[in-house]
Design a binder for this molecule. Structure first.
Ligand SMILES: [Zn+2]
Length: 376
């Protein structure tokens, strides 16, 4: 059960740098220092000229490249707060890292931009723009690939802006989403639990939780790799395609399950702020922790929830107790990692799969080859 299916797919392509590598380099000198965001969710540098979400271009075509619109008023406000002025001509070309460059369904993608002197950076992906968090010379952002995401090439755009509101970089690249060979399981549910298979029950569960795991708080609350939230054995993996009582496949397993005894400790996988605590019929008692940068963890089927929304929790803090509430055939923890609303494979986050040297610095040779359309 613990065998990692296709671990080689987790970091593929030429950019063999791990998330942990980057985060360590990113926050290493300032443990405990929270990152401040540049721009916000209301700042949309791609407004008016954003490419259609349904027709991502698989080709990087400089002639056809979409240029983001001129700077918005909010961007101008950000610029005006800056005291020093540096000519963009003096600034080095920003370096962009995509980790990994080729991803399997269910994985998390990390984008890092090294851009000394720049004041904001955003990425465009699947019709959405995301402001990257900024600290010193780096900008960082995450996004998730759904377990059932369509495979094939997807366009990714990255924009960087300088102190005078000028665009320093507009770069487009392609991320290859490859298929993951998920297992298929038929789950037997009977008795009172069978009523919880009703799609309306599932929808109500999603609607209760979704608003609390889609935003991007303007800070990065965690440092380093996440810890497993339970001492129990993993009993079910992420991505498993599920049918119930012999029916068609109706959903995939959105997290990993830890077995154990009712009442056993459930701990925060990493530091963050509780964004939701409550109960739904499907998930039973649950709690969601916002780790910042659009990354959330969710804990479900709990017998007891010990923290309330708004509470700051440290990594390893006792936040709940294992149970079998909701749609559960026995006591276990259903644990999810959610990146901007997309449930991703939690295993890479808790280091159960092999990563490259975690202490490696980013090597400029690993950066994307420049296709800086802003300067061309
Ligand atoms: Zn589960």
């Amino acid at each position: 059960m613990l065998d990692s299916p296709h671990p080689e797919r987790l970091v593929t392509g030429p950019l063999r740098l791990s998330r942990r590598t980057v985060l360590r380099a990113f926050v290493g000198a300032g443990a405990g220092v929270l990152l401040s965001a540049c721009g916000g969710d209301d700042f949309d540098p791609f407004a008016e000229s954003r490419p259609a979400a349904t027709a991502p271009s698989a080709e990087v075509d400089e002639q056809a490249a979409v240029q983001p619109a001129d700077q918005s008023s909010s961007q101008q406000a950000i610029v005006s707060e800056r005291q020093e002025t540096v000519s963009s001509e003096e600034l080095p070309e920003p370096l962009v890292y995509i980790l990994p460059s080729s991803v399997a369904q269910g994985e998390t993608v990390l984008v890092v931009v090294e851009a000394p002197g720049a004041v904001s950076a955003s990425l465009w992906w699947q019709g959405q723009s995301l402001s990257l968090l900024h600290r010193e010379n780096r900008f960082v952002g995450f996004f998730g690939i759904d377990a059932n995401a369509q495979v094939g090439p997807r366009a990714l755009g990255i924009g960087v802006w300088g102190p005078d509101g000028e665009q320093l970089l507009w770069q487009e690249t392609v991320i290859e989403v490859v298929a993951f060979d998920w297992t298929v399981d038929d789950i037997r549910i009977d008795g009172p639990n069978a009523a919880l298979l009703d799609p309306t029950v599932r929808r109500a569960d999603e609607e209760a939780r979704h608003p609390h795991q889609v935003g991007q708080s303007q800070q990065l609350h965690w440092l380093g790799v996440f810890d497993p939230p339970s001492d129990g054995q993993i009993t079910a993996l992420y991505g498993e395609q599920r049918s119930f009582n012999g029916g068609p496949i109706s959903e995939y397993h959105t997290g990993i399950d830890f077995g154990g005894e009712t009442g056993s400790a459930i701990r925060a996988a990493n530091s963050g702020v509780v964004s939701w605590a409550g109960r739904t019929r499907r998930r039973g008692n649950g709690i969601i922790v916002d780790h910042g940068a659009g990354v959330f963890t969710g804990y479900y089927h709990l017998s007891e929830v010990l923290r309330t929304p708004g509470t700051v929790v440290e990594q390893g803090a006792l936040i709940a107790r294992m149970g079998a509430t909701g749609l559960a055939t026995g006591p276990h923890l259903h644990w999810e990692v959610v990146v901007r609303g997309v449930t991703v494979n939690p295993l890479p986050w808790i280091r159960l799969l092999e990563f490259p040297d975690p202490f490696q610095d980013l090597n400029p040779a690993g950066a994307l080859q420049s296709t800086n359309l802003a300067r061309s």
